[in-house]
Design a protein around this ligand. Structure first.
Ligand SMILES: *Cc1c(COP(=O)(O)O)cnc(C)c1O
Length: 374
């Protein structure tokens, strides 16, 4: 991944510095409004990262000690760690082999009497089948939190992902499409949840610091509950506002490059490429391929072959249940699809400024990993 940044972002940061207001303030408020509009959300609360947005999502959804939260192991570790922050127990669900996402079936199979929430991830930007999962969870009063960290610009049943979620969390880390360096967003349909998240990200303060600084005689503030400092800065929001204007072009370019990869890989029957599910369209934040059994080379062999041609690829999505803090939750072998995908997938270079010639070099190595004629 290479972020797509231009002089416009640099100018926006320079203007913010010149304004004298660099911490959370008017630009964060504007970024929240414009981001909410871009993803068809009713309310948005900016945070310091997606990890902190996930933490707040769990808090405002009322999740705490004694609660079980269903989560895919096949995700960045922050998805699981947020559950631990509120003292709840992560319960790993396996994923669908096609999409790499949890499904109604994999979620249903791990529900317990203590399940209060599910974190459904749009992994690598592939939309998760939220309606099918909610058909299982809604009747039981289980909240679904959408981890849309990777999925800005992806669509689900014709609408932006996250638009139908009770609460969703987003990331602006440079590994995602839109970046603010570090940064995140919580979107929600519940006004009260948004209001509480807004206070919690700012130490539980009843009057925001920005509102107090705008006045000469500041109104007294109250700290109604234990909060956090999960604020985004106006410097970051200034970058985010420019990045938002690039989203359409980013999606178009990534989808075009993904289609070129898909077309080439369709002619290599020992490989399988990530694809859109029938109910949505991804932003191809991570363009992954699975190395099938019949391949002459295994996944790590491909990574080496690509590296020898000066091409940096990455192992597929990690599996949290193999990491020390979470090993005790699920023994090896208990999540067979997750384990297969994490062991047999790799993520190919895909970024806005990748040109077709460089992409063709990647494709050539996939076709002839030992070099042409080998
Ligand atoms: C990147 C990512 C996160 C964490 O995002 P940060 O903004 O870096 O905290 C969480 N979940 C998923 C699925 C991610 O890909």
């Amino acid at each position: 991944m290479v972020p797509w940044l231009g002089v416009e972002e640099a100018e926006a940061v320079a203007e913010t510095i010149a304004s004298g207001w660099i911490a959370q303030g008017p630009r964060v408020a504007r970024f929240e409004r414009e981001f909410a509009a871009a993803v068809a959300a009713t309310d948005a609360v900016a945070t310091s990262s997606c990890t902190t947005a996930l933490h707040l999502a769990l808090v405002v959804a009322g999740i705490g000690p004694g609660d079980d939260v269903v989560v895919p192991s096949l995700s960045f570790i922050a998805t699981t760690s947020a559950i631990r922050y509120v003292g709840a127990r992560p319960v790993f669900a396996d994923v669908d082999a096609e999409s790499g996402n949890v499904s109604a079936a994999t979620v249903a199979s791990v529900l317990t009497a203590a399940t209060r929430a599910v974190i459904a991830v749009d992994q690598g930007g592939v939309p998760v089948d939220l309606d099918a999962i909610r058909a299982v969870t809604d009747p039981r009063g289980i909240v679904v939190i959408e981890d849309a960290a990777c999925a800005a610009g992806s669509t689900y049943r014709g609408r932006p992902v996250g638009a139908r979620a009770e609460v969703a969390a987003w990331s602006f880390h440079p590994r995602k499409l839109l970046t603010t360096g570090e940064g995140g967003m919580l979107t929600t349909r519940h006004e009260a949840w948004a209001a509480r998240a807004r206070r919690l990200r700012e130490h539980g303060m009843s009057v925001s610091a920005a509102d107090r600084h705008r006045t000469v005689l500041a109104p007294p503030e109250e700290y109604g509950e234990v909060g956090f400092n999960y604020r985004m800065t106006d410097l970051q929001a200034a970058v985010g506002l420019v990045q938002l204007t690039r989203l359409g072009a980013l999606i178009a370019r990534r989808r075009a490059l993904a289609a070129r990869y898909q077309e080439a890989i369709a002619r290599m029957p020992w490989l399988r490429a990530v694809a859109d599910p029938e109910y949505g369209a991804g932003n191809y934040q991570s363009f992954w391929i699975e190395i099938l059994e019949e391949s002459p080379l295994d996944r790590d062999g491909y990574l080496v072959a690509l590296a020898e041609s000066g091409i940096s690829a990455r192992r597929g999505i990690m599996a949290a249940h193999r990491q020390p803090p979470y090993r005790a939750l699920a023994p090896e072998g208990s999540l067979p699809v997750t384990e297969r995908l994490t062991d047999r997938t790799l993520i190919l270079p895909l970024f806005h400024t990748l040109d077709e010639r460089d992409q063709d070099r990647v494709i050539a190595v996939l076709r002839y990993p030992g070099g042409e004629g080998a």
